[in-house]
Design a protein around this ligand. Sequence first.
Ligand SMILES: Cc1ncc(COP(=O)(O)O)c(C=O)c1O
Length: 394
Amino acid sequence: MQKVNRKSEIWIPPALAARHADHRLRTLRTQRNTCGRYEEDGQTWLNFASNDYLDLAHDPRLLQAAHTATQAHGTGATASRLVTGNLPLHEQLETQLAAHRGYPAALLFGSGYLTNAGVIPAIVGRADHIFIDRLAHASMIDAAQLSGARLHRFAHNDPQALSVLLQKHTSGRRLVLTESVFSMDGDVAPLTALVNMAAEHEAMVLIDEAHAGGVFGPGGSGLVRALGLTDRVNCAMGTCSKALGSYGGYVACSTAMRDWLINHARSLIYTTALPPAVVAASLAALQILETEPDRGAAVLARAKYFRERLRAVGADTLQSASQIVPVLTGDNARTLRVAERLRADGIIVGAMRPPTVPPGKARLRFSLTYAHGEADLDHTVDRLAQALTAEGLS
Ligand SMILES: Cc1ncc(COP(=O)(O)O)c(C=O)c1O
């Protein structure tokens, strides 16, 4: 057990030891390269733990845009958007994100997490109700708790369960929260049914498109737009940190909602604006989506191929229908061991354990990117099948 010098911290070592015993201890590990596929020390590495779905984080066009913006505007925005940190670049990116997502307006935040943390408490409070999918991302749960609204969880992807709750809790403002592509299961929400249900009950809707953006819909414009739901989804949330290979979060919305958020979203008001380099990199990524609109579809086709091959070797990929492909392993210790076996073969994959996923549902989470070719996927399936057999999981 770790030693502590400060008496006030004696509670930490036993708590961490308990986590360690349960194979849930989180530690930081350095990663020398963040590409989906790269050579290092004479070995090819396949990184399935990055969310750089379109393989843009190292694209020379993004690097150049970041460099040029830094030369022109400096390394930091140096103040909040509401003081002197609001550069033309920020507004240009918002205009382009709004057009990309099919909304009249958009508003940038420091990250996707900060977007949810700012937007949700700005539009509902103590007298209100939030209805949230049971598997929704931690950023929405934290934001919902921060808002002080009463929180009601509905069964995963179940519009009927949402309907029952909406009928029961009718007072105040009401807000429905879900993801369009779920980050840990890789499944897709029945968005049209959920959104119509909310519209019937005159509830507001925020859809987190962190993982759909850039990948789903024409030119990667997301599922809300592809399904024709922009008029019923008040806030289509997205992030520049995944498919766009950059950083920062945003919400696409009406101009009235944008004005409201500028006045009430605390994670926008009380923090420094995004640095010029990342804003310029996001703009360059959006430009690439326009000239190469099929990157997302190519990733989805590879994911389908990967799932089919995995299922053929007996792996349980849950309800995945996206570029996120989980392989259910159940037990925490075994999940870690399979991930380590793969790492020894040059394959990096996330070992997801509780509380990130429900107890007993530990899994490997493969994030497929544009950098992964068919041969890479064949190789990975072969190695994974061996590792699962070695751990008695198939
Ligand atoms: C569903 C979902 N929403 C929001 C976020 C937060 O986005 P960001 O990494 O930009 O803070 C993530 C990513 O971690 C996510 O998976």
